[in-house]
Design a protein around this ligand. Sequence first.
Ligand SMILES: Cc1cc2nc3c(=O)[nH]c(=O)nc-3n(C[C@H](O)[C@H](O)[C@H](O)COP(=O)(O)OP(=O)(O)OC[C@H]3O[C@@H](n4cnc5c(N)ncnc54)[C@H](O)[C@@H]3O)c2cc1C
Length: 466
Amino acid sequence: MPAEDRFDMVVIGSGPAGEKAAAQAAYFGKRVAVVERSPSPGGAAVSNAGIPTKTLRETALYITGFRRREVYGLRLTLDPEATLAQLRTRTAQVIETMTDAVRRNLERHAIQFIRGDARLGPDRAIHVTGDAGQKRVLHSDVVLIATGSRPAQLPGVPLRDPDIDDSESAFEIDRHFGSLVVVGGGAVGCEYASIFTALGVQVTLVDSGGRILPFLDAEISKLLAEAFSGMGMRLVLGGGRAAVARDKGGLTVTLASGEEIRPEKVLFASGRAGNTEGLGLEEAGVQVDDRNRIVVDDRFQTTAKWIYAAGDVIGPPGLASVSMEQGRVAACYALDIPFKETVDPRPPFGVYSVPEAAMVGLTEEGAAAQRIDYEVGRGWFANNSRATIAGATDGLVKLVFQRHDRKLLGIHVLGDFAAELVHQGQAVLNYGGTIDYFIHSTFNVPTQSEAYKYAAYDGLQRLKAS
Ligand SMILES: Cc1cc2nc3c(=O)[nH]c(=O)nc-3n(C[C@H](O)[C@H](O)[C@H](O)COP(=O)(O)OP(=O)(O)OC[C@H]3O[C@@H](n4cnc5c(N)ncnc54)[C@H](O)[C@@H]3O)c2cc1C
């Protein structure tokens, strides 16, 4: 076996989980290769998921002047073709820059990037087939599978129709359209639905559940739904499954109520399935579940001792942020590196809709379900100087805390920069702090962060009043 084909760890897939696992191992002096079937590294996060959708969002908000148009009385008339060109150009630029960043990270850590489709073989071999059919066999003490996930095939959904998109194709807008039905009120569905509403598209968001984003605190979820309605989006919630069909007149979405909608486009944003086909998992003794997701233990080890797995391919939560951490921890266990033993059990969630929402820790409903004697405090952006100056007064910081000792349990933010703001509360939460931290700390004025202080004061007042 040639020395250049021998590695301490081979990682299959270069998305957030694979890249960070490889870098972690290489940092500790291990010889690492990353096998990737796509021409460029970075995985879904960079090529067709998080980075492109957030770029689309930022560009849409900027060119439409959406955030501030009411404050300054702006009435922008957008040229649809020019808007489309700007959205596409900017998204392509950011994808390229972020792909380069991943490539440079691999190079900086002297990680070999090997193009091709990987398949597990006997005797700790990994067979790689390149685009032109060329073969290479790698050997490694351990393998980390980080092959990610893709939109699940939903029964009866004609995804090949050019006007029906899934969560990964929707950002590639090829033409101007005036109406859209989004099926799925999860993070991806809400993000797309609100971005396209901001762009002036007539959007109907359909979800069979009673509320959007059911993992959020119910109050935040309700306020977000109200904000969506206020922007002109139509929400159809709790009405059962919607069916889509095409006839000569175009697409028809039939709601469970019998109502028919005729949108120009439909976006299905629900369900993901693991990318496990062709990896030779069965022969290697790696167990998968009924949605093709690899089964791992708390060390990310699969049912085959030399094979580990991390990221979307092992199932929820399906976040780049968590996938990265799983990759790092998995690499440490796989190679006996005494550095990182656990993935943060309380990750934050950010929903990059318009407006933005974020949370970490317990919701009010979660605290109640655990029979915790809790109280809440709210700091509304309507009373916040920075938010007022910026004209971004929708939303709040909401704290959930334990009554008897004021220990912080959860933080919920709705409004501009929610995904950033939540991290301050996260730090206090993770260090076991109380809402007193916000009372006694001095905040820059004016800042949106100051809403934490007034959320804490509101919490104290509620304690006193009860
Ligand atoms: C629209 C959308 C928006 C999102 N927004 C966010 C967000 O804002 N924040 C967030 O944290 N998460 C977000 N996510 C989720 C995030 O994209 C995923 O959680 C993340 O990409 C998973 O990382 P991964 O490394 O497990 O897999 P992936 O990123 O999917 O990477 C897997 C890689 O493995 C490669 N591969 C697969 N099979 C093989 C094989 N046999 N051989 C070689 N290579 C192979 C693939 O080509 C791919 O490059 C979003 C997802 C979607 C769909």
